[in-house]
Design a protein around this ligand. Structure first.
Ligand code: KDG
Ligand code: MG
Length: 402
């Protein structure tokens, strides 16, 4: 089963997606997501110029060997561009392996550990009252877990607030938007959100919140401690994730469970946090952490230390990534939760898929392989549009973590 074609497809059905499609000499095709929000063409070029030529003629069944070849063989390791490119190849090869075996990918990973995958939805509002009402809307639709984000008075562009329901799409066409941040206003405001949510909706569902890397360690420790009474499922990305020792300080002060890792791309980024038990949920994804092959290694390490998965699932991760994530989530023993924001109709038209959402849970496709494809004709009708994530600044004009 030799690879005869590998091509990169860039499409923008409302937002940019990069997809790798691999074809074998026996006519099988596999797809892998290669989308890196705001830096899409760097991965497209890495794949087209440096990876695709290496794939032609390779045995498509040698997934592990191809991973090692692309990772160790490049000499230059890790980093979001490299690891996203390797992930795309890896996922496309798992898709092909499933199709050639006539099995959905979760079967290749050991079969079902669970019947369905619990997701959390994204509730938001421009006031606490609006966010409380939005949480209620998710609960009424059967969600077991909801992440709540609210606008902070005096802060433009608070993370997670948009005019569209159910999803948050921060990238915008053109040059980066400026957003304003005030840690003081946020910390003064956000505990009242959890108080109002628990007061209105009670404790019989999982509540989550994303700080989006914006606090210092001691600020995060204080927030975690202050919100303990509201029993969050997890507080996500309290501090910039690459500063791993920050999590020691947070851990010393609070029992609020901590999730991080959506920006990680290697097991090395996760090692200290997992082995020192500094976090409870690891949010690495298929697309940004080296594909199914590498993510499985991270999750196996996590299993040993009682850390569960909490995979990133924002709308910039394409339906190809989501399909792969649901196969992984279905198979692993230490699944925690899966983030889920529904894609737009245009995106679903470009990426027809068999995974489905029902009553707060995702179900994997039963088709051989991943159960997702790219409609190349539809994709071609949505040309690439340069877009960036926003950049945050403080009141004094200096750059802060967005
Ligand atoms: O591209 C960046 C987004 O994926 C990120 O801002 C979303 O933090 C995020 C989340 O938890 O969904
Ligand atoms: Mg996040």
């Amino acid at each position: 089963m030799k690879i005869v074609d590998a091509k990169v497809i860039v499409t923008s059905p409302g937002r940019n997606f990069v997809t790798l499609k691999i074809t074998t000499d026996d006519g099988l095709t596999g797809v892998g997501d290669a989308t890196l929000n705001g830096r899409e063409l760097a991965v497209a070029s890495y794949l087209t110029e440096h990876v695709c030529p290496l794939l032609i003629g390779r045995d498509a069944s040698r997934i592990e060997d191809t991973w090692q070849f692309l990772y160790r063989g490049a000499y230059w390791r890790r980093g979001p561009v490299t690891m996203t490119a390797i992930a795309a190849v890896d996922v496309a090869l798992w898709d092909i392996k499933g199709k050639s075996a006539g099995l959905p990918v979760y079967q290749l990973l050991g079969g079902r550990s669970r019947d369905r995958v619990m997701v959390y939805g994204h509730a938001q509002g421009s006031t606490i009252e609006e966010t409380v009402a939005d949480v209620g809307r998710f609960l009424a639709r059967g969600y077991q877990a909801v992440r709540a984000q609210t606008a902070v008075p005096g802060v433009s562009g608070t993370y997670g607030i948009s005019s569209e329901p159910d999803r948050y799409e921060p990238a915008s066409a053109g040059l980066p938007e400026a957003s304003l941040w005030s840690t003081q206003s946020y910390l003064n405001h956000v505990p009242d959100l959890f108080d109002a949510i628990r007061d209105t909706h009670g404790y019989d569902f999982q509540l989550l919140h994303d700080v989006h890397h914006r606090l210092s360690p001691i600020e995060a420790a204080g927030l975690g401690k202050a919100i303990e009474p509201y029993r969050l499922f997890c507080l996500e990305d309290p501090t910039p994730a690459e500063d791993q020792t920050a999590f020691r300080l947070i851990r010393q002060h609070t029992t609020t469970p901590i999730a991080t890792g959506e920006v990680f791309n290697s097991i090395m980024d996760c090692q200290q946090l997992i082995t020192e038990r500094l976090i409870d949920y690891i949010r690495t994804t298929v697309v940004h952490a080296g594909g199914i092959t590498h993510l499985r290694r991270i999750l196996s390490l996590a299993e040993l230390y009682g850390v569960r998965s909490g995979a990133h699932g924002a709308t910039d991760l394409s339906p190809v990534c989501l399909a792969a994530a649901v196969h992984v989530d279905t198979a692993i023993p230490n699944f925690g939760i899966q983030e889920y924001m529904p894609h737009t109709d245009a995106t679903n038209e470009v990426f027809p898929h068999g995974h489905r959402f029902h009553d707060g849970y995702l179900y994997p496709s039963e088709e051989p392989g991943l159960g997702v494809d790219i409609d190349e004709e539809a994709a071609a009708t949505y040309p690439y549009q340069r877009a960036y994530l926003p950049v945050a600044r403080l009141h004094d004009g200096s750059v802060h973590d967005w």
